[in-house]
Ligand binder design. Structure first.
Ligand code: FAD
Ligand code: FES
Ligand code: FES
Length: 487
């Protein structure tokens, strides 16, 4: 077993022994590495002041650069990556990177606290995309908050940075970086101890099964966008952590015989393309799932396994009829995703089991699908209510209907009474009205800081009405896309 964390800090190889498994990358940068450019604003993935860029080698042996929140990223997960911080951007002869120069030229900074984070999000964009649209820039910057400058100059900087004459040193060295990271690749489990605490990062399912058999009480860690906050906000001590992000079989997206199969450790950023292509509404919802920074870390399996009643992907996957594969000591078992959620915080996961993958059937040509996220803010907000509907209408009647809801019960749920009220009925105004009345009574939602019980009941039934209108009157404009609102 490998017993040291190895990564590149810029192009400098780093090897760390005796790493605290839940020390964050931000803590290490500021306290141990003397790099204080990355700031701590919230320590919960919300503000982007801590943004750093991670470089990884993809399946085609090319570098992929992603901006992430260092404040909730645990140090050992850097193993095999390149870490780039704001200190790497200025050249040795003092030239600012275009992401920095454009911020200066557009007056994109005042107090400067948020600026390194914005610059790193812009830097990742510069490395990965050429002259993105204004909407894309807004999406990429949605996880970086600024309390004083205002966003207009910063968004202008994002466009201007492509106009400078610049040969990017990071891109110029990319093939050297690939070679270096490939030479660091492990074929065995990374096993760390720190006092009485342990961290394991297996590279395959066999290694994962062994670690889980040895430590059945261990905390599974994927992107850490939930688990990270248990440490930084709830100050929990995690005795044993098993990281699933390096397990090869949990990666990969396959499109086969009418379904899409997504490995549990695939990030939302990697899944969004294929899901948006098959289900444009799901793509739109994922665009509003947290922020680009979070989606670059958060995984499909982590969202499903966490089982939050206000998580975004589950209602959608339930309505789509997705099936979940769990793997454990007795092999693999499959279930409709809704059966996984037993009660608040309680899922049908047996000791030693983990979520392996999700299988999502694609839509038949005569099926219609819509999903809706209702939250107080457009970007970077948790849903008050999430609703999804899939329908097949034959000869004017509802031949098949599936629904999925979040934010209305202790778990993500189907509205089975409403589905029964719709099944076999003519898909018309009277049926929609009758089903709305059933739906308004089907759940007993809570009142909390996101919405009142009455609001949740009302909006849930109104979303069914919206779905009815959108499937029967395609000319009815019930939604305005973001890019249509741009000046
Ligand atoms: C700022 C911010 C905004 C957010 N916004 C949203 C939002 O808009 N919508 C939303 O739904 N969520 C949101 N979240 C929550 C979070 O990002 C998601 O739940 C995310 O999908 C979790 O995935 P992860 O890979 O980070 O999981 P982790 O944090 O690593 O793990 C989450 C849970 O799943 C378990 N787990 C992970 N992988 C597996 C596996 N393969 N098998 C079994 N168990 C496993 C872990 O043990 C843990 O219990 C937000 C979080 C933050 C910090
Ligand atoms: S410090 Fe706010 S997102 Fe990391
Ligand atoms: S410049 Fe002050 S927070 Fe952005």
């Amino acid at each position: 077993m490998t017993q040291a964390v190895r990564f590149l800090l810029g192009d400098q190889p780093i090897e760390l022994h005796d790493v605290d498994p839940t020390q964050t990358v931000l803590q290490w940068l500021r306290n141990d590495a003397g790099r204080r450019g990355s700031k701590e604003g919230c320590a919960e993935g919300d503000c982007g002041a801590c943004t750093v860029v991670l470089g990884r080698v993809d399946d085609n042996d090319r570098m992929v650069y992603r901006a992430v929140n260092a404040c909730i990223l645990f140090m050992p997960t850097l193993d095999g990556c390149q870490l780039l911080t704001v200190e790497h951007l200025k050249t040795a002869d003092g030239r600012l990177h275009p992401a920095q120069q454009a911020m200066v030229d557009c007056h994109g900074s005042q107090c400067g606290f948020c600026t390194p984070g914005f610059v790193m999000s812009l830097f990742a964009l510069y490395l990965s995309e050429d002259r993105p649209s204004r909407q894309r820039i807004n999406d990429v910057l949605a996880g970086n908050l600024c309390r004083c400058t205002g966003y207009h100059p910063i968004v202008n900087a994002a466009s201007l940075m492509y106009d400078y004459d610049w040969q990017d040193p990071t891109l110029a060295k990319a093939s050297e970086t690939v070679a270096c990271l490939v030479s660091m690749r492990r074929s065995d489990t990374l096993a760390l101890t720190h006092g009485a605490r342990r961290y394991f990062a297996p590279v395959d399912i066999a290694g994962l099964a062994t670690a889980m058999a040895d430590y059945p009480e261990a905390t599974l860690l994927a992107g850490g966008t939930d688990v990270g906050l248990w440490v930084t906000k709830r100050h929990m001590t995690l005795d044993t952590v098993i990281y699933v992000g390096d397990v090869a079989e949990l990666h990969g997206i396959k499109e086969t015989d009418g379904a899409i199969e997504i490995g549990a450790a695939v990030t939302h950023s990697d899944a969004i393309g294929v899901l948006a292509r098959h289900f444009p509404d799901f793509g739109e919802l994922l665009r509003r799932f947290a922020s680009t920074l979070i989606r670059n870390s958060s995984t499909v399996g982590g969202n499903i396994a966490n089982g939050s009643p206000i998580g975004d992907s589950m209602p959608v996957l339930i309505a789509l009829g997705a099936r979940l594969t769990l793997r454990g000591p007795d092999g693999a078992r499959e279930m409709p995703i809704e059966d996984y959620y037993i009660d608040y915080g309680k899922q049908d996961r047996r000791p030693g089991e983990f979520v392996e993958r999700i299988r999502v059937p694609v839509l038949a040509t005569d099926e219609h699908f819509r999903c809706y996220k209702i939250s107080k803010r457009f970007d970077q907000d948790i849903s008050a209510v999430c609703a999804a509907f899939k329908i097949r209408v034959e000869d004017g009647r509802v031949a098949a209907i599936r629904t999925g809801f979040g934010g209305v019960a202790a778990t993500p749920k189907r509205a089975v009474s409403t589905e029964a009220a719709l099944q076999g009925q003519p898909w018309n105004e009277a049926t929609a009205t009758a089903a709305e009345a059933v739906l308004a009574k089907e759940f007993s939602p809570l009142t909390d800081m996101r919405a009142s019980e009455q609001y949740r009941r009302l909006v849930t039934s109104r979303l069914l009405r919206k779905f009815y209108i959108e499937t029967t009157q395609p000319e009815a404009r019930t939604r305005v896309l973001e890019d249509e609102t741009e000046a």
